[in-house]
Design a protein around this ligand. Structure first.
Ligand code: FDM
Length: 211
């Protein structure tokens, strides 16, 4: 027995502010599911290797100054350009774990002052996650973890605004995980949530879409 269930794969999205442990936890979950013999891939948004992704990367490293609306649409285009592959993987039974998704897209742009509903519209129709894991750590606590990085948005003022926008976007089915606990405790909680979501997909064959 491989432990893999028939049916479609689950789309498991990790969201949260910077330094909330998303990257560590997505990697740990991926490694754990691989060890269990599950069909799984680890993705991230922005995906910086595509043509659009390279423009985003340059923007984040402060190279160019695009209007907020334009960069917002590029982040969305970056999801759309990978959506056909995402959909086909899910349909083929591959579970996709992703470090950020459309919720980051809306939270960051709305934090800059763009209208929330305007921000949501370009992502309408993208695959709906089966599980959203929100790594909950207040930015004041995150800042104590050795400071933020060098990229645009990696500062306390922006992170506080983003955190506030995430609270607005938060839906009742989000799995809010306390990100101030230990890496291992957090992983155990997330592993249970992910396995539940993956099981659920066998009885929920239809992939629905945002929002
Ligand atoms: N970000 C990420 C956005 O502003 N919009 C988006 O749609 C996405 C997916 O890009 F500051 C921001 C969030 C973060 C930056 O993300 C790069 P990583 O996870 O730090 O690479």
């Amino acid at each position: 027995a491989t432990g893999s269930s028939p049916g479609r794969g689950a789309l498991i999205v990790f969201e949260g502010c910077d330094r909330s442990g998303k990257t560590t936890q997505t990697q740990k979950l991926f490694d754990c599911l691989v060890a269990m013999g599950r069909k799984v891939e680890l993705w991230r948004f922005p995906e910086r290797t595509t043509g659009v992704g390279k423009m985003i990367d340059e923007y984040l490293k402060s190279g160019n100054n695009l209007p907020d609306e334009a960069i917002h649409l590029l982040f969305s285009a970056n999801r759309w350009e990978t959506a056909p592959l995402l959909k086909s993987k899910l349909a083929a039974g591959v579970t996709i774990i992703t470090d950020r998704y459309a919720f980051s897209g809306v939270a960051f742009s709305a934090a800059k002052g763009l209208d929330l509903n305007w921000c949501k519209s370009p992502d309408v129709g993208l695959p709906l996650p089966d599980c959203v894991v929100f790594c909950d750590l207040h930015p004041e606590k995150a800042a104590k973890r050795g400071g933020f990085g060098e990229e645009r948005y990696e500062n306390i003022d922006m992170q506080l605004k983003v955190y506030h926008q995430f609270q607005k976007l938060r839906q009742s089915d989000w799995k809010v995980v306390d990100a101030s606990q230990s890496v291992d405790d957090m992983h155990e909680e997330i592993k249970t949530l992910a396995l539940e979501a993956m099981d659920h997909c066998t009885s929920k064959p239809q992939q629905r879409s945002l929002w």
